[in-house]
Design a protein around this ligand. Structure first.
Ligand code: F3S
Length: 101
């Protein structure tokens, strides 16, 4: 089962996940990251690395997050790989607090 980035990444984009990923499965636009399920090796290292719990293994996803499976497939294939950590978005800390983390 692949791993999926969900909406908690939006307005945050901490990119801690990229740094810990042993393969290059993360792709990015200016808002958030997405995982290519064909490249993800299901190691789960990214799950605890994300400060806002944005990443789920598909089998553990809440029902309201399941649309993100198709979004990750579609967006990861349309966007470039991100393989190095970048600065979080300027809104990251404020949004993290709003999310309760
Ligand atoms: Fe997004 Fe969390 Fe990675 S905020 S960029 S999924 S560390």
């Amino acid at each position: 089962m692949a791993h999926i980035v969900t909406d908690n990444c939006k307005l945050c984009r901490f990119t801690e996940c990229v740094e810990i990923c042993p393969v290059e499965c993360f792709h990015a636009d200016s808002e958030q990251l997405y995982i290519d399920p064909d490249v993800c090796v299901d190691c789960s290292a990214c799950i605890p690395a994300c400060p806002v719990n944005a990443i789920y293994e598909v089998i553990d996803m809440p029902d309201d997050k399941t649309p993100w499976i198709a979004i990750n497939v579609e967006r990861s294939r349309a966007l470039p790989v991100i393989s190095e950590k970048q600065d979080p978005l300027p809104t990251a800390e404020e949004h993290r607090a709003k999310l309760g983390f």
